[in-house]
Design a protein around this ligand. Structure first.
Ligand code: SF4
Length: 469
């Protein structure tokens, strides 16, 4: 294939399901988990449980190989059938635009690339000893950067892999930059830091678009080093967004005892430092490019910037603009769904029920705006301090069952507790290993009723309405 762009790959990148590694990394190929009836895959007899080992003779190691090789209207698949232990190769064909009709159990099938770094701020080194082992997997796989938006350092990439990214124009990539001066990078990331910059330069030269990230650590990569990094980004238009997020730390380590969350002035200094870069970028490139994590504005006691400065929220899931988006969604509810708000408010009053919206301490202000839109008297945020992780951890997604149990009242009569779905993993388990069903049982035993919702204003309203029916 000679073309530089690859539409099927690009469209997959924007719609791919959240990270779910192959459950059989030691087996060849990709495990088939579902087949669409009457699809091309169904036509050639593929069924769930089989493994596609090769596509057009190439080992099927990840979804990039699949999307690249399966872009046309015909291909050759080698499939292993565990029922009889036979491996066969068959031709598969489709009409233009037709779905092949097969889903696999993840995005990479030959095992995930793990990191070769020793970042001082690595959250994996700050976990409680009893944390789930899956939490401490140090993935640093460039394929997942493209396929799922994971941030990677590029420090473990071989020349062949770099060439592959360039040949297939796997763009955009999400890259952890952190700093640009060799000595600061080495101190911050470890002895392979220089390789990350080498690869980044090659990708940028080849026209790969990059979304970059800095974890800002007081005294390590802020001040002059931050200016140097911003200058680098400014000089490389291929970096189309830069997210700066503050150091997060837990009580289960001894290196860090403070961050921007404890220091209004330091947070304001960061807001002020990037302002001229933002203004220049808006003037010269038409985009803000340089973005701060929401926490900086909260910690600086400042209002978050307006939505139009977020360039379409390219780093939303890195915590860039979530707060603005939530606040604006509440405003939209007020204007577009006033009847729905009134209906839910009346139902809570009729039911003589107070709703408690569980969230992390960081989201309290945003949740408060939602509660006010609902009248404020019958619904309130219930921020849970994160004592399990301690330190400055305060986000909703890291809320743990032990803190919930300890901090909610033992008497929840006439209370509807709305739990954020982001505190559970795909198996419905919290970070301290408690299943959702166990939490619901415990809260119900205290007299409460329980709903679970995505922490998004529209979803919260729907969850309340459903629970009150
Ligand atoms: S690259 Fe990520 S996982 Fe690896 S040490 Fe750094 S922060 Fe930790």
């Amino acid at each position: 294939m000679t073309e530089r762009t690859h539409p099927t790959v690009a469209s997959y990148a924007s719609s791919v399901a959240p990270y779910a590694p192959s459950r059989h990394p030691d087996s060849d190929g990709a495990l088939v988990v579902s087949v669409l009836p009457e699809s091309p895959a169904d036509d050639i007899g593929i069924v769930p449980g089989m493994r596609v080992t090769h596509v057009n003779g190439k080992p099927l190691t990840d979804m990039i190989v699949w999307l690249w090789e399966m872009d046309g209207e015909s291909a050759e698949l080698t499939v292993y059938d565990p029922r009889d232990g036979v491996t066969e190769t068959a031709a598969i064909e489709r009409f233009a635009g037709e779905d092949w009709g097969v889903d696999f159990d993840g995005a990479v099938f030959d095992g995930m690339r793990t990191c070769v770094n020793a970042c001082l701020f690595c959250f994996m080194n700050m976990l409680p000893k009893e944390s789930r082992s899956s939490l401490s997997i140090r993935d640093d796989d460039y394929r997942l950067s493209f396929l799922q938006g994971n941030f990677v350092t590029l420090t473990n990439m071989s020349d062949r892999e770099v060439s592959d990214v360039i040949e297939k124009m796997l763009s955009p990539m999400n890259v952890s930059l952190h700093a640009v001066s060799p000595e600061v990078r080495r101190r911050l990331i470890g002895r392979n830091a220089a390789r990350g910059m080498e690869v980044l330069e090659r990708l940028l030269e080849a026209g790969i678009e990059v979304h970059a990230q800095i974890v800002l650590c007081p005294g390590l990569n802020d001040g002059d080093e931050l200016r140097a990094t911003l200058d680098y980004v400014e000089a490389h238009p291929g970096i189309t967004s830069l997210a700066i997020v503050p150091l997060g730390f837990t009580k289960h380590q001894s290196r860090f005892t403070s961050s921007y969350s404890d220091d209004v002035e330091a947070s304001r200094a960061v807001v002020d430092l990037i302002a001229p870069y933002q203004e220049r970028a808006r003037r010269t490139r038409g985009h803000t490019v340089f973005q701060l994590g929401d926490e900086f504005y909260v910690d600086a006691d400042m209002e978050v910037p307006p939505a139009e400065t977020y360039d379409g929220f390219p780093q939303f899931y890195d915590g860039i603009g979530m707060l603005r988006s939530f606040i604006d969604d509440v405003e939209r509810l007020r204007t577009e769904c006033a009847d729905d708000l009134e209906e839910v408010h009346a139902a809570l009053l009729d039911d003589r029920t107070d709703a408690l919206l569980v969230c992390g301490r960081a989201a309290r202000g945003a949740f408060q705006t939602f509660c006010e839109a609902l009248g404020g008297d019958v619904v309130s945020p219930s921020p849970i301090d994160n004592r399990y992780f301690g330190g400055n951890v305060n986000v909703t997604g890291l809320t743990c069952a032990c803190d919930l149990f300890a901090q909610l009242s033992p008497d929840l009569s006439a209370k509807l507790v709305v739990l954020p779905d982001v505190m559970f993993n795909y198996d419905g388990v919290t970070l301290d290993g408690v299943h959702r069903d166990e939490i619901v049982r415990e809260l119900e035993s205290r007299g409460g009723s329980v709903a679970i919702s995505t922490p998004d204003p529209r979803q919260l309203l729907d969850a309340l309405r459903r629970a009150l029916r």
